[in-house]
Design a protein around this ligand. Structure first.
Ligand code: ZN
Length: 184
């Protein structure tokens, strides 16, 4: 855990080791493609001290897959070996996901989707939009779709109401002082 993660990252550990009082895990960059994240987790599984299932490792391309297979699911080679493995992980820590929250029950697809949204944000303004959307919507696809629709306004609710009315209507001068902008 010496390398401090700079992009959204998760600390994944193997549950069977953890439950036996042994921390066996690593930080994984969550902006990687989902398949690569799973391969990183599979690498942890086959180096676990408390194995309870088997996995196959391809001798041609190193692809790891849990349980028994006749050939490699990645390159189709029958040149594979069977090794002991674990089969359950837990996300024990995360970095760089705010405003999203990661729990140990968050699944990898969900985590990768959050990382994808965040890695496309270049500045504080983008992050403010995501923070707003995440407070309104749960669905990550919806949040992703709506980022470009959010318009940030720097000021109070009343300032915003005032500007909106100025932009949209021409308020007769005699009425201006009667509009209670902050409470609109
Ligand atoms: Zn292969």
């Amino acid at each position: 855990m010496t390398n401090h993660p700079t992009s959204p990252s998760i600390y994944v550990s193997v549950l069977s080791d953890y439950n036996s009082g042994y921390l066996h895990g690593k930080w994984i960059d969550a902006t990687l493609p989902v398949d690569e994240i799973y391969q990183d987790i599979n690498k942890l599984y086959i180096t676990s001290k408390f194995t309870n299932v088997t996995a196959t490792v391809c001798n041609e391309c190193d692809f790891i897959k849990l349980y028994e297979h006749d050939k490699c699911s990645s390159c189709n080679s029958p040149n594979i070996k069977t090794v002991p493995a674990s089969e359950e992980y837990s996300v024990h820590d995360s970095e760089g996901f705010a405003p999203f929250e990661i729990s140990e029950y968050s699944n990898i697809e969900e985590i990768a989707s959050m990382a994808d949204i965040l890695s496309n944000v270049g500045n504080d303004e983008g992050l403010a939009k995501i923070t707003f959307l995440a407070s309104v919507y749960q669905d990550l696809d919806v949040i992703k779709d709506k980022i470009d629709d959010v318009i940030l306004f720097n000021g109070s609710r009343g300032d915003y109401a005032e500007q909106l009315i100025d932009d949209c209507y021409s308020v007769p001068d005699f009425l201006v002082n009667y509009i209670d902008y902050p409470n609109l």
